[in-house]
Design a protein around this ligand. Sequence first.
Ligand SMILES: Cc1cc2nc3c(=O)[nH]c(=O)nc-3n(C[C@H](O)[C@H](O)[C@H](O)COP(=O)(O)O)c2cc1C
Length: 203
Amino acid sequence: MQRSILVLYAHPRTERSQANRRLKRVAEGVDGVTVADLYAEYPTYEIDVDREQERVSRYDAVVFQHPVYWYSAPALMKEWIDLVLEWRWAYGPGGEALRGKLWLNAVTAGGAQAAYGPEGRNRLDLRALFSPFEQTAMLCGMTYLPPFALFEANNRRDRSVLDAHAAGYAKLLRDLRERTLDIEAASGLRGLAGLYDKPAGKG
Ligand SMILES: Cc1cc2nc3c(=O)[nH]c(=O)nc-3n(C[C@H](O)[C@H](O)[C@H](O)COP(=O)(O)O)c2cc1C
């Protein structure tokens, strides 16, 4: 059976976004994927926790799509995590609502990939920097996938990079839906872009 996928999209200035706006459109075009625009739904940050719990419980995979802000996610996405993943619901005694679901961060970063490593100014790679997300997923009994990241997202000189990433995002979402991605093998990677960011015409 196909997986159902919920993309939680968080961009506080989506009208100015180059990368995420495009990637959001890509996700909206994939059958079986529902996109929720959190800043559009909750401009005053008053998240309806019951509604969100009911919504997220209906899906097999949750994709957190956002720009990297200070090595993390924009504030409303953190607010969503803070409020929706309640004790006794998401974790703790009887807290099994999210057990077995997939967690994926699909992100864009201003920095170059080379900056995310021991030699780079960010010292750690994105998977290491995202360890709070990974541990949150683990605590909730979810399966964490390494981040699918577009680096140098503000570089508009070469559109083919964004084009390849957008095509890779669509393929990743379809593979998640069709269960054609080997989750166990993918879980061991530092990131998913190597699997999916192939320039057009090169397989
Ligand atoms: C408040 C803020 C914090 C940011 N923090 C980071 C960061 O920690 N690492 C990084 O690589 N880029 C960072 N950036 C750059 C954004 O990630 C980048 O502009 C964005 O991914 C571009 O995508 P967009 O076109 O969808 O806005 C930050 C940008 C802003 C506005």
